[in-house]
Design a protein around this ligand. Structure first.
Ligand code: ATP
Ligand code: MG
Length: 433
């Protein structure tokens, strides 16, 4: 039989032919002395298959050998059956076992650590495959968003000679006889790229040696970044809002079934897809936290997770917070000319406790100020001479931001831990498989 003779389970359920050929894996099995019930799983869905002893004793004997995750091909008659898990049942007329699986190490009620140890097997679970399909939509939406707006895709090196987001989270690697660092961001190279291509974007692997154990940090994650010439802070925050809204809309358009499998609150996502998102200044965020929630956050401190969560909960939609204190921001985030204590930067905070999903800024054109700030961080400005040179040859105002792909997938799927938003997570303590 050729490929075209097989339907996916989803195709079978939607086309409803009288007879079907399916192939997949045993998701569940139940045996009585009259019937074998197999719930067959493939990449698209699950469907119940029944093998009757009285109708076909030979097939019945074969089917009795099937264990969880065994691979098989079945042919049979498709019938509507309200009692079956997805509303349809296949009365099996032929069955080919491809491999009888050994006892599957994952059974019900496993500890999270065992599931991470068996990640190579766990990704086929209904939950994780739903997450991976949503991740596929999120990634596709990001490409579509930027390409449809005239942005060029532009790549930066992963091996980089210096830090850009603070030495504490740098991964140092041996590079021939020398040392280099794994990319913490695409940004510095993107700032060179805009002089060639104007508006650019990229989605790539990003590495940060995060030492604290949180449910929102990975050591290797994917960041979707954009950078554009002639763009100021206010303009770039509007792009960020449009991008977030577009991602939510695309997930709703393509992944209702997966959202249901994950028991995600679809009404909330619909609300995010239709709403406008507010922009407030850091100082206004402090007023809300301190006056309305009786918190005690002094001006000058970065917002902690609980404070970010409160702000997003206050508005119940993603919120843009701008003008954080210059002193606690990266060297490339410029002081505002009206109040140099405030930087022309922003974060986007997602509601429901998911917090920061985007960080961005207008980019500094003040070479002396940047050099001073690097020195204060113990860095040698000499290492950035090519970056500062960009300010010498037709410097223009420009802005950009980075969106954490796994943070957004985590939020879209309603996941407790970011580790479930990527197929094979890497954290300080999770290196395998
Ligand atoms: P945080 O304060 O949460 O550590 P950050 O300020 O270090 O974030 P940025 O440098 O602004 O983050 O990076 C841009 C985006 O990349 C963040 O908004 C977030 O979505 C994502 N991100 C940053 N660090 C991580 C990480 N370790 N794991 C997953 N995503 C991350
Ligand atoms: Mg960080």
């Amino acid at each position: 039989m050729t490929e075209s003779n097989y339907l996916t389970i989803e195709e079978a359920i939607s086309k409803k032919p009288q007879t079907v050929n399916l192939r997949g894996w045993v998701y569940r099995e139940r045996k009585s002395n009259k019937f074998v019930f197999i719930v067959l799983r493939d990449e698209s869905d699950i469907i119940q298959c029944v093998i009757s002893k009285s109708k076909n004793p030979e097939l019945f004997e074969k089917a009795e050998k099937l264990t969880i995750e065994s691979s098989l091909k079945v042919s049979g008659e498709l019938k509507k059956d309200e009692r079956a898990p997805t509303g349809y049942e296949v009365a099996v007329t032929d069955l080919e076992i491809v491999q009888v699986a050994e006892p599957f190490p994952i059974t019900e009620h496993q500890s999270p650590e065992l599931l991470y140890d068996n990640r190579h097997l766990w990704i086929r679970s209904r939950k994780l495959s739903a997450v991976l399909k949503i991740r596929h939509t999120v990634v596709g939406a990001i490409h579509e968003f930027f390409r449809s707006r005239g942005y060029y895709e532009f790549d930066a090196p992963i091996f980089q000679p210096s830090q850009s987001e603070g030495g504490a989270t740098l991964f140092e690697v041996k590079y021939f006889e020398d040392k280099m660092y794994l990319s913490q961001t695409w940004q510095l190279y993107a700032e060179a790229g805009i002089f060639a291509l104007g508006k650019i974007y990229n989605m790539g692997p990003t590495f940060r040696a995060e030492r604290s154990k949180t449910s929102r940090h990975l050591a290797e994650f994917w960041m979707a970044e954009m950078e554009a010439a002639w763009m100021n802070l206010e303009e770039v925050t509007e792009i960020a809002k449009d991008e977030i809204r577009f991602i939510v809309q695309e997930v709703l358009k393509h992944n209702r079934k997966e959202l249901e499998i994950l028991e995600r609150d679809i009404k909330l996502l619909e609300h995010y897809a239709e709403s406008k998102y507010p922009t407030i200044k850091y100082s206004e965020a402090l007023d809300i936290l301190n006056n309305e929630y009786h918190m005690d956050v002094p001006w000058g401190k970065d917002l902690r997770t609980i404070e970010e969560a409160k702000i997003a909960e206050h508005f119940k939609v993603p919120v843009i917070v701008t003008h954080y204190p210059t002193e606690i921001m990266g060297f490339y985030k410029p002081p505002s000319s009206e109040n140099p204590k405030e930087a022309l930067c922003f974060d986007a905070l997602a509601p429901e406790g998911y917090c920061e999903i985007i960080g961005g800024s207008q980019r500094s054109l003040l070479v002396e100020d940047m050099k001073k700030r690097l020195e204060a961080d113990g860095e040698d400005p000499e290492n950035y001479s090519w970056y500062f040179a960009l300010r010498q040859y037709g410097s223009v105002p420009h802005s950009g931001y980075g969106l954490g792909v796994e943070r957004v997938v985590q939020w879209m799927c309603g996941l407790d831990n970011i580790k479930d938003a990527i197929p094979f997570p890497r954290t300080m303590i999770r290196k395998t498989p």
